[in-house]
Design a protein around this ligand. Sequence first.
Ligand code: ZN
Length: 196
Amino acid sequence: MKILIDNGHGENTPGKRSPKWTDGTQLFEWKYTREIAKRVETELRKQGIDVERIVKENTDITLSERCKRANAIAAKVGVKNCLLVSIHNNASTGRARGWEIHTYIGKSKSDEYATIFWNEAKTILPMGTKMRGDWTDGDADWDSNFAILRDTKCAAVLTENLFMDNPEDCRYLLSNDGKEAITKIHVQSILKIAGK
Ligand SMILES: [Zn+2]
């Protein structure tokens, strides 16, 4: 199985960052998700998984270009042998907290994969971390009309890894424990999906 990693946004994307906290720290989503994507890639390579980051640039690559890159690789290896994972941090009004996973609308293989991610996240994140599920269709993932989920021909999931604009979530994200946990959620889930 081929794993495609999409790290969200670029250094030139407006917004997509936490406030600057009183201790001087700040999370930039493009930078954070690239760091996690690289950690995930390194770990999976060590385990013999065929993994590739579809955005190696630091700039914002358009969604249509990212889908094009993913679809070109999927066409080569076979769409059924491919999973795209898009890594993000959430933002709202500063009060919301927690972890989410999204798939495209309707039922597909992506929903099965999302459930594996959900269960890993629930186990790996510290006790008491808010798990934000949408159970209206019987599983925890959110059905979302996102281009990266809709326009990719292979299975695709998008993780929203806690809220960067919430001080507690953000402090955890930037900590070493936080980075290790977010990495581990992706690595362990993908290992399960790839059947290792
Ligand atoms: Zn994002």
